[in-house]
Ligand binder design. Structure first.
Ligand code: FE2
Ligand code: FE2
Length: 188
């Protein structure tokens, strides 16, 4: 398996671990717990900077453009009208979650609690299906269809981006946050 594909599958695991944290938080709210607005904002930070900028960044900069360039109409459908649209839908859920949290901080109504749960679970569900599709269809398809030289480009770009992000401490910051949140919201 290529370096970049292996790395991105591992990142899918990280994203889905945070999705489980969100699910546990939402279950807690349904059982009567306070809405942890501060922790939701940490999750939004994780989603925007790790799941989106760091992970989708590598897909959108290196892998997907190479697929569209080399694989034509099939990649247009699968990537441009599929994966990229879902990235945008995810961003929409997170924007709506942030809006609901802002409103909730002004007035703690059941309607806003419902909006918070809806957007958080909408995002978690979307990303779970999205990452499963990439792991089982999109990435294997790319590995079968792109040449070794094409993957050199994707792998090299991903490595360069990884080390820039490591210098900024991105991975360490967000993986530590993930562990702390898992610890805090673990359910028996
Ligand atoms: Fe994706
Ligand atoms: Fe992905």
């Amino acid at each position: 398996m290529n370096y970049s594909i292996e790395l991105m599958i591992k990142e899918h695991d990280d994203i889905n671990r945070m999705n489980l944290v969100m699910r546990n938080i939402c279950l807690g709210i349904m059982e009567g717990a306070e809405v942890p607005t501060e922790d939701f904002r940490h999750i939004i930070d994780f989603v925007r900077n790790y799941a989106d900028k760091h992970h989708h960044g590598k897909e959108e900069r290196y892998l997907f453009p190479k697929m569209v360039e080399r694989m034509g109409a099939i990649a247009e459908n699968l990537v441009t009208h599929g994966m990229l649209v879902e990235h945008d839908l995810g961003r929409g859920h997170i924007r709506a979650l942030e809006t609901a949290l802002n409103e909730y901080e002004k007035r703690e109504t059941p309607e806003l609690r419902l909006d918070i749960i809806t957007e958080a679970m909408g995002y978690a569900h979307l990303l779970q299906l999205h990452t499963e599709k990439e792991n089982s269809v999109v990435y294997p398809f790319a590995e079968r269809s792109l040449s070794a030289e094409d993957f050199d480009y994707v792998n090299e770009g991903s490595k360069r981006f990884e080390s820039e992000q490591t210098e900024k401490g991105v991975q360490q910051k967000y993986l530590t946050l993930l562990e702390n949140m898992e610890e805090k919201y673990r359910r028996a």
